[in-house]
Design a protein. Structure first.
Lengths: 368, 578
């Protein structure tokens, strides 16, 4: 009898509480004990982040790692019934594209105010979690063999001695390579603007078609020195490390990671003096997320210094966006690097056209 | 009365209906083909038929750049199919017909490449023969540019020739030595026997291998990504279209273009085989095959085969060495860190998940393959060719397309609305972490779809060597179709069944492009992890994964060989008595 009454009592509680619990969105939080993250940076960082979040909140957190192009394609294909709640990492232009397609949901975390203005997306659709600058990652002994110094200018890469000895990723699959392309667009626009006002940028501050055409000219010249366009942005660094090529155009933190993880003394990291581009790694809530409250907790947490410092443990040495985060001494000090005035919105708007044109005009060209 | 049965095919249907087991088998097979193969492909083909798709067709086919890419793809496919079939035939012939030492070693080494995890061979070949290769640069001091067609041909041939080897070896062993003996007694030389007896008997196998190698080669993605250099092929274009340009229509259009040559080869092969098929009348070889001992034949063949064997060992040795060193060719310090990562680190989940799913898919694929082979080779019903064709599509379409097709079709529950009954969910949501089994259902289905064609081809090839009279005798003696299939057909084609199972398991463990879009947070797949490790430059981890993957597959081959058995009790008795 006692047992039966206990069951009845429990049932009554369930019946009484259930209607209150289910519809109220603020209390849904208590129900969400899982979170699924779409993670774009390196896998070991994804593991470290999800484990730390799980310890912090008790929410069982799992992830899938995909490059940013794949991520966007996956989110789009599954938009009616998304499996991921939050998307963390990868260049911001993919997030800008996702927001334009209505695939992500604006959400303003408390710490948004501490971020630099360029690390906050339109309508708080995305927020920056890390920053990294492009550099040249060179194989020291290969360069010695070729008798040239590590490149310190984009024009150094055009040296005929480097024929078939340079690698970069394909801008279509790699945010890194697209950043490299847009960097040249910006540099050409600055150059034109300095020569004659109005030729580099239009009245909206967008680089002109002439600047974009000039960037294509640069890359079709550089094409003669490119051995292969890799799929992934960081892959050319590996090729430089193993001596397949002399110079890789990659993010400088990826080059530092290579040095820390076994290629110390093999590769050297240099920057173009005239200016280099940079990426802001984004983070966003996915539209119709299955676990929206847990995802919001992740977004709040990922901007805290405690979360942003985790990358250093796994040698992911991108710079944190929260200024209160301690910076690893191994990280590249961006204040010593000449950065171009990188317009993420303009880059995002021109991305599809540039990538398709690159794919059609430059990548398939034969090299002599 | 004859008018009541306007066609033989319909009459055959009646016979199938009368046999419930056969009928159920046929229905299951048709449902499988419709749901798991045709609907995702249809979803993608449909995508290419939009206005935008038609414009893209025009643009691609009129662009010199894309024409070059198409020619590149075909050239690579033909080279690899020809080299791979030739190599497979050579090793199979030497293995079965020529008296050479180290046969066991040759056999094992020839099987190893089927367990080539994506990127492993290409990465190892680059380490050895790349521009800073240990052999090309280290020994010969040349900065050899292996990127492009020559490197791809080498790596793809080595990756896929095993399919040809397994098919042809099975068929060579099934050849009745009495044929050779008869030819010898009639005064034919060994060369003449080879030319007029052995090769004609093997033509279905040779053609089947050629087809499989061709479609494998033109759809391969991992190797062109790693060492394609400036040699652009369609599969990488499709990949860039989806992954980079986010353009599924362009990918669908390019896939349809890629599909055309595969289908053409398939049709030509069928036509050719049906015209030149030679059937041996006995079911099983009786007596012991006479081996070729002539020193001028034996030793040159042995030398060539051993060169190939050593080359393969060298490449796999590189993979092993890479798994145990920090960074091979840069920092050769020995370490176990990479294995620690795979076995104890976050890599372990993928290892367990992948093995489990492949183990589920393998028997399904093997049995399905044999059932379809039986239906296709032995029954003449309406739609027989269509069934064969549709099953082969599972391997003829590029994996990426299958993956995206699955997402399009199975990311929501599929329902049908019936009058009176209302809406019923016939297939639940299969893809994504929140689907049933954490998305593993779709992955198993893809594994099966990708493996069945090989099982089907080896099954058909084996069946075409066995006279149907043996089965007819069984039926005449009162056994039904099911009993005949299980007791007569399956034991006779057991080598093909075994090779189908082994292929299915190895294929499932190593497939990448088809499942790249289907891995979920709850179902991690080894090949996808290998891709991540290669991309991030942690070659050591990738190699360690490959080593463990190879060990798992080798263990599975052992288990399968014991489970299926190479000789049954009855045959042993016969051989013992002979």
């Amino acid at each position: 009898m006692k047992r039966l009454s206990l069951v009845v009592f429990c049932l009554m509680i369930v019946v009484a509480v259930a209607p209150v619990v289910t519809p109220a969105p603020t209390q849904v939080q208590a129900q969400e004990d899982t979170l699924t993250v779409l993670c774009t940076p390196q896998e070991d960082w994804c593991v470290a982040m999800t484990q730390a979040f799980e310890e912090e909140t008790g929410i069982e957190t799992s992830y899938v790692r995909m490059s940013s192009g794949e991520s966007l394609a996956r989110i789009r294909a599954t938009q009616d019934d998304p499996e991921f709640s939050v998307w963390w990492g990868g260049p911001a232009d993919a997030f800008i594209a996702a927001y334009e397609e209505d695939l992500i949901e604006p959400y303003e975390p408390e710490l948004a105010s501490v971020l630099a203005p360029n690390a906050v997306g339109e309508d708080h659709s995305w927020h920056g979690v890390y920053v990294g600058a492009l550099g040249f990652c060179s194989n020291v002994s290969f360069l010695e063999e070729l008798g040239i110094d590590p490149p310190t200018s984009w024009d150094d890469l055009l040296d005929p001695a480097l024929k078939s000895n340079v690698a970069m990723a394909h801008p279509a699959t790699s945010g890194t390579a697209f950043t490299a392309f847009w960097t040249i667009v910006t540099l050409k626009a600055d150059e034109f603007e300095a020569a004659e006002e109005g030729t580099g940028y239009d009245e909206d501050g967008m680089p002109t078609q002439e600047a974009i055409d000039a960037a294509f000219e640069y890359y079709s010249e550089l094409h003669q020195n490119i051995l292969q366009y890799t799929r992934s942005g960081a892959a050319p660094g590996q090729m430089a490390g193993t001596g397949e090529i002399a110079v890789a155009i990659i993010f400088s933190h990826d080059c530092v990671k290579l040095q820390v993880e076994g290629f110390e003394g093999v590769v050297v990291n240099t920057f173009p003096e005239e200016g280099t581009g940079y990426e802001i790694g984004g983070m966003a809530l996915i539209k119709n997320a299955p676990e929206p409250e847990a995802a919001k907790m992740w977004i709040e947490w990922a901007l805290t210094p405690e979360a942003q410092v985790i990358g250093q443990d796994v040698n992911s040495l991108q710079l944190p966006t929260n200024p209160d985060t301690p910076v690893s001494e191994l990280s590249v000090n961006l204040s010593e690097v000449n950065l171009v005035d990188y317009n993420f919105v303009a880059a995002g708007m021109n991305r599809v056209e540039i990538v398709e044109r690159f794919d059609a005009e430059i990548a398939p060209q034969p090299t002599e | 009365m004859n008018r009541l049965y306007p066609s033989r095919h319909i009459a055959e249907f009646r016979r199938i209906f009368q046999d419930p087991v056969l009928f159920i088998g046929l229905v299951l097979v048709v449902i499988f083909v419709l749901i798991a193969i045709l609907s995702p492909i249809y979803a993608m083909v449909d995508e290419s038929r939009t206005t935008e798709g038609r414009e893209l067709f025009d643009r691609y086919l009129n662009s010199p750049v894309y024409r070059t890419i198409i020619v590149n793809t075909l050239r690579m496919g033909l080279i690899v199919a020809a080299l791979g079939t030739a190599l497979g035939f050579l090793i199979a012939y030497v293995q079965v017909k020529v008296d050479v030492p180290f046969k066991r070693l040759i056999h094992i080494v020839a099987l190893i490449p089927i367990i080539s995890p994506p990127f492993a061979l290409a990465t190892a070949v680059l380490i050895l023969f790349g521009r800073n290769g240990m052999i090309s640069q280290g020994w010969f001091g040349v900065r050899y540019d292996i990127y492009g067609l020559d490197g791809l041909s080498l790596v793809l041939t080595l990756s896929y020739f095993t399919v040809a080897y397994m098919n042809l070896k099975g068929m060579l062993q099934a050849l009745d030595p009495a044929l050779d003996e008869a030819a010898t007694n009639l005064g034919a030389s060994k060369w003449r026997i080879f030319r007029t007896v052995t090769v004609p008997m093997l033509i279905p196998g040779i053609a089947g291998s050629f087809l499989l190698l061709f479609v494998e080669a033109i759809a391969d993605l991992g190797n062109p990504l790693v060492m394609g250099g400036n040699y652009e092929v369609l599969s990488t274009r499709i990949y860039v279209s989806i992954v980079g340009l986010y353009n599924t229509t362009a990918a669908a259009v390019l896939s349809v273009i890629l599909l055309v040559p595969s289908l053409l080869v398939f049709i030509v092969q069928r036509y050719w085989i049906s015209r030149t098929s030679v059937v041996s009348i006995t079911g099983k070889p009786s007596g012991v095959s006479q081996q070729i001992r002539h020193p001028l034949v034996r030793w040159p063949l042995f030398a060539v085969v051993m060169f190939v064997v050593l080359f393969i060992l060298l490449i796999y040795g590189t993979i092993f060495a890479g798994a145990f060193t920090k960074i091979l060719n840069v920092n050769n310090e020995l370490t176990l860190d990479h294995f620690d990562f795979v076995i104890n680190g976050y890599g372990s989940e993928a290892m367990k998940d992948t093995t489990r799913l492949a183990a589920i898919a393998t028997p399904l694929a093997g049995l399905l393959g044999m059932i379809i082979a039986f239906l296709v080779a032995r029954k003449t019903f309406l739609g027989r060719n269509a069934l064969d064709f549709a099953t082969m599509l599972g391997i003829a379409v590029p994996g990426t397309i299958l993956g995206i097709g699955y997402l399009l079709v199975f990311n929501q529950p599929n329902e049908i609305t019936l009058p009176l009954v209302g809406t019923i969910e016939i297939i639940p949501k299969l893809t994504g972490g929140r689907a049933i089994f954490g998305g593993a259902g779709a992955i198993v289905l893809v594994y099966v779809v990708r493996s069945v064609p090989a099982a089907l081809r080896s099954g058909v090839a084996a069946l075409s060597q066995i006279d149907p009279a043996i089965e007819e005798a069984s039926i005449s003696l009162g056994a039904d179709n099911f009993r005949t299939f299980m007791r007569i057909t399956l034991p006779l084609i057991r080598p093909a069944f075994l090779s189908g199972l082994i292929y299915a398991f190895a294929r499932s463990m190593t497939t990448i492009s088809a499942i790249i879009f289907l891995t979920t947070s709850r179902t991690k797949i080894m090949t996808h992890q290998i891709l991540n490790e290669v991309e991030n430059g942690r070659y050591g981890n990738a190699f360690a994964y490959c080593v463990i993957l190879i060990v798992i597959v080798l263990v599975a081959i052992g288990v399968l060989s014991i489970a299926v058995g190479t000789t049954s009790g009855a045959e042993r008795t016969m051989e013992g008595g002979a």
